[in-house]
Structures are given as C-alpha cells and as structure tokens.
Design a binder for this molecule. Sequence first.
Ligand SMILES: [Zn+2]
Length: 270
Amino acid sequence: MATLRDFTLLTPRAQLDRAFYDKLRESKSRYKPLDRFVIPPFEGRGFLVSKGQSFRVVQEEGVQIGDVCFWNVHDPREMYSLSRTWAIEGWAVRVFTRLWSDVPWLRPLATCIEDTVVTDPSDSEFHHHWLGTHCATEWTEMRVGIPGLNSCHLNFLQAVEPFGLREENIRDNVNLFQKMRPVPGSGKIQAALSESKQGDYIEFYAEIDLLAAVTVCPNGDNTRYYSVPGEDLVRPLAIEIYDTGVQPRDFPRWADWRPAWKGKWMPLES
Ligand SMILES: [Zn+2]
C-alpha cells in the first residue's frame, strides 16, 4: 500500500488555537444578544457581523436547509472559498472548522463554534453541514423540467443586492442542516432527511468584519428537489447575532510575491 500523507499540514502559526476557542465557547453564557430576525420561506437575507461577534442560524420551526456564505465587508473580492476550505478542513463543517478565503488573503473568515444537531450514530458517514453549492433556478429546471422556480441562487441575490453585490459575487457556499454523505465507490453525494429539531442551531464566530448571507432553501427538509409556496414544506430560519466580548487573534499575512513578479517564477535571492 502506498505511503499515506497528511494533506492538512499547517505551520503552528496557522493552526487552530484550540485553547482560545475552548475559552470562547466556555464564555457562551456571557455573549450579549444584539439582533434576532426571521427569514421567511423562499427568501434570503444579508447582514453584517463585526469581528468578535457571532451569529447563529436557528431551526425556527423544525428541520429546514439553510445556505450561508461570507464576504469581507470592506473588500468583497475576499470571500469564502470552498476549494481552499475543502483542502484545509475537509468537506464537512463541525465545531472548530474554519471557513477560509482564497489567496492572497488565505485566512479564516469565520469559525464554527457550536453545532447542536445530533446526527444518528448509525449514520456516521453522514454530515449535516458541508461545503458545497446551492440550488439554482436553471439547475432545478435541468432536474425536474420546470422553469422559473425559487432557488437559493435567487435568495442569495436578494440577500446581497442591498449591500451592492451582484450575481457574480455569488459562487459557492456552506450548506446547513442538509444531511449528506459521499457514496462509497462512486464518491457521488446522497441526501437523507435531517435529524435537526426546532431550536437546533449552528454558530459561526466572525474572524474579520463580515457580510453574511443566508437563504431558506426551497428543498425544505432535504427530501425534495423543489417546492412551491402553499405546499407548507419550507420552514423559516432565524438569525441571532451576539457580541462574544472576545476579539479574534491576529492571523499571519503571507509574503507578497506580486510586486517582484516578472512573468515567470525566479528563486528568491539569498
Ligand atoms: Zn437551496
């Protein structure tokens, strides 16, 4: 058998400071509530979360898929990168998973600090929160042959347009309360009904000043490819924002090779 190599190697200064996050989680009872609002079915909302604040996505009435994405509020070119996060953290989001931006920043934008969903232990290959993409109106038409249906893509657009972002700013995201697993052998993904319950939540700590967007997915509880208003299959999600009272630690800046770039890589002069 070939020698296996850990692909998640990080220098100590880039590693998760476990003691910092343990302390942050232990101080949960002292977080100060700042805001709470409900996102109705078939809609999305954008909201600001300053560094050191956290936000929860809550199952307001019962199981419901939510999609979330993050941007640097001061420079939205810096956004959550599925591919960098996947390579560093793996495909599922658990407590202590960091959501990363791409180069040149390459730093955590947010860190998962709580997840109350209890996954059935007999389904250990399944995860409720994972890195992926969102449903889109074209994709649903491609799957079921019906044009013009609601989708997370449209709901993300509704969420970010008030902040000056456009459709090209919407790429990949994190899927919440959507129980999935990779199928052994094929590697394709398979969906199952979530075990999440009313009141369950996942919480993210803002490492920088963020614009966050959350959509209420028309796939509802993950047993559908789409739904329409009136079927009563899509439930609202609540957003709660807290001041944790704890400022994030500084993250390293990486050496910038761009000013010296001459169209071809050259070794550094010693
Ligand atoms: Zn969706």
